[in-house]
Design a protein around this ligand. Structure first.
Ligand SMILES: [Zn+2]
Ligand SMILES: [Zn+2]
Length: 375
C-alpha cells in the first residue's frame, strides 16, 4: 500500500484538532464508502486509506510518533500495522453513530432500529402514589451473543449481496415503469450470510425472556409512560435497539377516587353525629386522620383536607383530599329505638322552629313551580 501523508489524505492542516480530523474523515468516508461506490476498487482503496489516517491521527500517541518519525516510526513501533480486513466492520459504531443513529432506512446500508415495545404495568393506587419497584418479565428480540448480532457463524462474515450490490433495493422494469423493490435475495439487508450462526439461524436476534427492574416514581397516574431507552427489541445490521415503554394502569381503589393530584372519598356519618357534631376517622393514603364534623352538617357536604392528596410526578403542589359526607339512615332499630324516634318526630312537629332547611327551600321551589304554571 502506498503511504501517503496522513494529513494530505484527510486534507487537513498538521495543526488540525481532533474534531476537525473527525469531520474531515466523516466527509471523505461518506464519499468513498463501498456502499455508495459498489464495485469501485479505487474508492475502496481510498476509503481504507482515510480510515487508516483517521485512526492514527485521532490516537494521541500514534499521532505524536507519526509527527516525529513518519510512517517508518509507526511501523518500527509495531503499532502501525494496519489490517484492512476490519475496515468496514466497526466504523458505523463510532463516527457514523450520529448519522445513522436514527437507524431509519436513510442510508444505503440498511440499518434497522429495533422495534419499540410496550408493557402494561398494573399498580395499586398506593403504589402509584408512593412509587414502586417492580420486576417485569417480557419476551423480546435480543442480540444473538455467539454472532454478536451479525447472523454469521463465528469466524465467518456476511458478504455483500451481489443482486443489489448491498443496497437492499433493486429496480425492476415493468413496462414503462421502474419500480424500486426490496431485494428478494437478501430481503433488504444488503448482505448475504453464507454460513448462518447456529444459535439464531442467521437472524442475528433471538426471542428471549428478559427481566427488568422498573423503578416507578411516586405520583404516576393512569396512562403515564416510563421510557426505558434501548430496552426494546435489538436492532439489525448494527442498528440501535428500540425503547421499552412501560405504561401505567392504576387499579380502582375501594375507597379513593383520583383526579390528577386530588383524591376524593365518601365518608359515612351517623345521623346523630351529623346533627350534633363530632369527629369521624377519615382514611388517607398516609394513615387515618380525624375530621371534625360540625353540628347540622347536611348530607353531601364536602370537606377539604389540604395536602392529603397526591404529589404529582411532574412536580407541583400536593393535591387535597375531598371528603363527601353521607349521612346514614340507621337500620336494624329495636322497638325501643323506633319508639324514641317517633317521640322525637312528634316533638319536631310540635316545635315552632324550622328543623328542615332543605325541605323548606325545596317546598318553596315546588310552590313557585306551580305558581308559574297557573299564571
Ligand atoms: Zn440484495
Ligand atoms: Zn447468532
Amino acid at each position: 500500500m502506498s503511504k501517503r501523508d496522513y494529513y494530505k489524505v484527510l486534507d487537513v492542516a498538521r495543526t488540525a484538532t481532533e474534531a476537525e480530523i473527525k469531520k474531515a474523515y466523516r466527509r471523505l468516508a461518506m464519499k468513498f464508502h463501498p456502499d455508495r461506490n459498489p464495485n469501485d476498487a479505487e474508492a475502496e482503496e481510498k476509503f481504507k486509506e482515510c480510515k487508516e489516517a483517521y485512526e492514527v491521527l485521532t490516537d494521541a500517541q500514534k499521532r505524536a510518533i507519526y509527527d516525529q518519525h513518519g510512517h517508518e516510526g509507526l511501523a518500527a513501533r509495531g503499532g502501525g500495522g494496519y489490517s484492512a480486513s476490519d475496515a468496514f466492520s466497526d466504523i458505523f459504531g463510532d463516527v457514523f453513530g450520529d448519522i445513522f443513529g436514527g437507524g431509519r432506512r436513510g442510508g444505503r446500508q440498511q440499518v434497522f432500529r429495533g422495534a419499540d415495545l410496550r408493557y402494561d404495568l398494573e399498580l395499586d393506587l398506593e403504589q402509584a402514589v408512593f412509587g414502586h419497584s417492580a420486576d417485569i418479565e417480557f419476551t423480546t428480540l435480543t442480540e444473538c451473543e455467539p454472532c454478536s448480532g451479525s447472523g454469521a457463524a463465528p469466524g465467518s462474515k456476511p458478504v455483500t449481496c451481489d443482486t443489489c450490490n448491498g443496497a437492499g433495493q433493486v429496480r425492476m422494469q415493468q413496462g414503462f415503469f421502474a419500480v424500486q423493490q426490496t431485494c428478494p435475495r437478501c430481503k433488504g439487508r444488503g448482505q448475504i450470510i453464507s454460513q448462518p450462526c447456529d444459535s439464531c439461524l442467521g437472524q442475528g436476534r433471538l426471542r428471549q425472556k428478559k427481566t427488568l427492574n422498573i423503578k416507578v416514581p411516586q405520583g404516576v397516574d393512569n396512562g403515564d409512560r416510563i421510557r426505558l431507552t434501548g430496552e426494546g427489541e435489538a436492532g439489525r445490521n448494527g442498528g440501535p435497539a428500540g425503547d421499552l415503554y412501560v405504561e401505567i394502569r392504576v387499579k380502582e381503589h375501594a375507597i379513593f377516587e383520583r383526579d390528577g393530584s386530588h383524591l376524593s372519598c365518601e365518608v359515612p356519618v351517623s345521623f346523630s353525629t351529623a346533627t350534633l357534631g363530632g369527629t369521624v376517622e377519615v382514611p388517607t393514603l398516609g394513615g387515618n386522620v380525624e375530621l371534625k364534623v360540625p353540628g347540622e352538617t347536611q348530607s353531601g357536604r364536602v370537606f377539604r383536607l389540604r395536602e392529603k392528596g397526591v404529589k404529582p410526578v411532574r412536580g407541583g403542589a400536593t393535591g387535597d383530599l375531598f371528603c363527601r359526607v353521607v349521612v346514614e339512615t340507621p337500620v336494624n332499630l329495636t322497638e325501643e329505638q323506633k319508639e324514641l324516634l317517633r317521640a322525637f318526630d312528634a316533638s319536631m312537629h310540635e316545635s315552632k322552629r324550622n328543623h328542615s332547611p332543605r325541605e323548606s327551600t325545596w317546598l318553596d321551589g315546588v310552590k313557585r313551580f306551580f305558581d308559574t304554571i297557573r299564571s
